[in-house]
Design a protein around this ligand. Structure first.
Ligand code: CIZ
Length: 322
């Protein structure tokens, strides 16, 4: 797991190195006619050089509007795949080939097919944190910001929800009219947030509201003042009269939350809320990626066509971020 610096301050050499790399990235971006998209969980310095920072839903929307030839996606593999699925004529690059998602790896095509055979009357809703192959075998995709809306939209009474069991349980609570068949997957980062962490943070910051991501355990969600996706957190904290928040999701969120709300305080309840895969992307790798046009993410056409329909169905039923 990457080390976290206590005061987050850089020394002179690091500042100069970062400046040099950022300038190089700017030049390379022009040369390649590229755009840089970063996920909300990326390192601060990556969010700083990105053309925009967003969640998977926004990424899916933006990817269809981009006019650049090259999209550098600073995130994890399934996100770059989504960009490529929606935009096959563009070159989509993932700066670090190994940046995967353990949650997305908790389901295989074979296991999903077996589950579908077991429940032939069920619709398959796949969380966007899944591979293109899994999307191609699902009826509709969802993100944490629209999962409730998407499940409600399914005509079937039964829904196989893959692969995040915690998000699935949260949806079940909100959509009692459906029977949700859960998958045994989870996000290791969100799973590390415990009730004890939240209790300690609430004790330390008694005026703060606790906002939690639905990938957290149900016991942790029970302690939340508000449950929402990353996009929902930006919206909620901005609109709220509250001045202090305990943030129950990956710590990369702090960068934009603080930037957009300079008058408010944000606290992370534990330093374990860090996704090692998201943090693999550094300025050096972004520069290398643009220079060498690596690592291109492409989805085989047979899978892409089907996965695209799954993503497009999601976009057609989605209204706003929660
Ligand atoms: O949808 C996403 O990008 C993820 C992984 C979480 C969120 O709530 O934005």
């Amino acid at each position: 797991m990457p080390k976290i610096r206590k005061n987050n301050k850089m020394n002179k050499n690091e500042i100069a190195y970062k400046k040099k790399l950022s300038e190089k990235i700017k030049e390379l971006k022009k040369k390649r006619n590229a755009i840089i998209i970063a996920h909300n969980y990326q390192r601060d310095e990556i969010q700083e050089i990105a053309d925009f920072t967003c969640d998977s839903l926004e990424l899916a929307r933006k990817a269809t509007e981009v006019t650049a030839d090259v999209i550098v996606f600073c995130g994890v593999h399934f996100m770059a795949e989504s960009a490529s699925i929606l935009n096959p004529e563009k070159t989509v690059l993932l700066p670090v080939e190994e940046s995967g998602c353990p949650l997305a790896d908790m389901i295989t095509l074979r296991n999903l097919k077996e589950k579908k055979a077991q429940f032939p009357d069920a619709a398959v809703v796949c969380y966007v944190n899944s591979s293109a192959e899994i999307k191609s075998e699902s009826d509709i995709s969802c993100t944490s910001s629209n999962a409730i809306e998407v499940v409600r939209s399914a005509p079937n009474k039964r829904v196989i929800f893959v692969p995040d069991k915690n998000l699935g349980k949260y949806v079940q609570r909100n959509v009692p009219e459906k029977e949700i068949i859960l998958w045994e997957g989870y996000c290791p980062t969100h799973l590390r947030l415990t009730e004890e962490d939240v209790l300690a943070a609430k004790k330390q910051f008694p005026s703060a509201e606790f906002v939690a991501h639905p990938e957290c355990k149900p016991e942790v969600l029970d302690m939340a003042d508000h449950i929402c996706s990353t996009a929902g957190m930006f919206k909620y904290t901005k609109a709220s009269k509250t001045k202090e928040f305990i943030v129950g999701t990956e710590m990369g969120m702090l960068y934009k939350l603080k930037k957009e709300n300079p008058d408010k305080l944000f606290h992370i309840p534990t330093s374990h809320l860090i996704c090692a895969n998201m943090k693999l992307t550094t300025l050096g790798w972004v520069a290398y990626s643009l220079e060498n046009l690596v690592y291109e993410v492409k989805v085989p056409e047979r899978i892409r066509e089907k996965a695209k329909k799954t993503l497009e169905r999601m976009l057609s039923v989605t209204t706003a971020a929660r």
